[in-house]
Ligand binder design. Structure first.
Ligand code: CS2
Ligand code: MG
Length: 403
């Protein structure tokens, strides 16, 4: 028994907003969990403070599965990004505590390492194909084995994935949602050109990825997948919205390009059909938005039965706590595929000191007990919350489109 005696949230904005949960037990051990939901941060913060923390006090921090079930079933209102991010934060913090008490890095508690380190992909983007590929070549130079390519589309302003600051892409950059313009036709012409040029310039010994960000209909996605086949992409991500999982049947009928989806999923129910019917190759559900390590392990176990591998979301709006949790998880499961790794800014790294390290295109969570990541509360207090929104997209006739 290790009784929970206190818990609190910490909201900080070292360049972007992060919400952290800290749980303390009677012997003074504490654990940290990420509760960041981009653009809706304070909803999760309030959910934790008002509705979860009071229920945690006095419980045994070691009963991770029971607390998970208590928060999930006990809420009555199941699933959804706010609830599942709050549960995830508790779950991460409790695994952190268990690791610290055991004196073991979390991956050891999850069954031990299945691989020596975790292959990650970086983000190369630019206004033009040339600029994108110059950035991609720089990633390759740093040892990256996999790179995501996003490039500006001629005739379209503000394409998804193209940043002002090339090194640290941060889409949530305005006080109110910024409006961008979208043209499916222009986009569908541009992406195959990008991949053709990429293979000519970067060769074939590097994995290339692309994120469609839910912008296409299933048949348009099928066409893009087919057009990209000659360049052998590692995956085509979020090619069409997945609320209707059957959408992917149509995409699958038309292309052999591997499909990845799931960064906005909250639970195993969001991907049950996708996995069971083998409509996807990579599931991108992630620790913070899909109910924590406890639930993500269930998703991965289910996916393994159907030859679906993982490719956890790892954008900068997931704090280093989520990154650490993802790395322990990635190291320990048999059907790991790839891990997204968008580097955090030095300000964020200073607020969240961490044990994970990058070498030669691979990440390792390190050997510190628990998650191996902490929060410097004094530094965090120096960066107060600042409202920030993701952009929205409109078609050329003004109608709303998926951003
Ligand atoms: C993206 C994200 O990393 C990705 O694949 O789709 O940048 C996404 O836009 C943000 O995480 C949204 O919060
Ligand atoms: Mg994405």
């Amino acid at each position: 028994m290790s009784k929970i005696i206190a818990a609190k949230t910490i909201v900080t904005c070292p360049g972007r907003n992060f919400v952290t949960l800290k749980i303390v037990t009677e012997d003074g051990t504490y654990g940290v969990g990420d509760a960041t939901l981009n653009g809706r941060e304070l909803a999760v913060e309030a959910y934790l403070t008002e509705h979860v923390i009071p229920c945690l006090i006095g419980r045994d921090a070691h009963t991770i599965e029971d607390i998970w079930q208590y928060l999930y079933k006990g809420a009555y209102w199941r699933r959804g990004p706010v609830t599942m991010s709050a549960i995830a934060a508790v779950d991460m913090a409790l695994w952190d505590i268990k690791g610290k008490v055991a004196g073991l890095p979390l991956y050891q508690l999850l069954g031990g390492a299945c691989r020596s380190s975790v292959m990650v992909y970086g983000h190369a983007n630019g206004e033009t194909i040339d600029e994108t590929l110059t950035n991609a070549a720089a990633y390759a130079q740093q040892g990256y084995k996999a790179i995501r390519l996003q490039s500006g589309v001629p005739g379209m302003k503000g394409t998804y994935g193209v940043s002002k600051d090339k090194f640290f892409y941060e889409p949530a950059d305005s006080d109110l949602p910024k409006e961008t313009i979208w043209s499916t036709e222009k986009y569908l012409r541009a992406v195959p050109e990008l991949f053709k040029a990429a293979r000519e310039r970067l060769g074939w010994d590097i994995h290339l990825l692309h994120d469609v960000h839910h912008r296409l209909t299933p048949i348009e996605a099928g066409r893009l997948g087919k057009d990209l086949e000659p360049y052998r992409p590692f995956w085509m991500e979020d090619c069409t919205p997945a609320e209707n999982q059957e959408n992917f049947r149509l995409v699958r009928q038309h292309t052999t390009t591997p499909l990845a989806v799931g960064e906005v999923f909250n639970s195993i129910w969001d991907c049950k059909t996708l996995i069971q019917e083998q409509l996807i190759d990579y599931i991108r559900a992630t620790v913070v938005h899909a109910g924590g390590i406890t639930h993500l392990r269930k998703i991965a176990g289910f996916a393994d039965l159907y030859n679906v591998r993982t490719g956890c979301h790892g954008a900068t709006d997931l704090s280093p706590i989520s990154m650490a949790a993802a790395l322990h998880f990635d190291l320990s499961i048999p059907n790991f595929g790839i891990q997204e790794y968008m580097r955090h800014t030095p300000e964020t790294d200073a607020v969240f000191p961490h044990a994970y390290t990058f070498e030669d295109g691979m990440l390792h969570p390190g050997e510190a007990p628990g998650l191996g990541v902490d929060i410097d509360e004094t530094l965090a207090a120096g960066h107060p919350y600042k409202r920030a929104y993701l952009p929205v997209a409109r078609r050329e006739d003004g109608a709303m489109h998926d951003w």
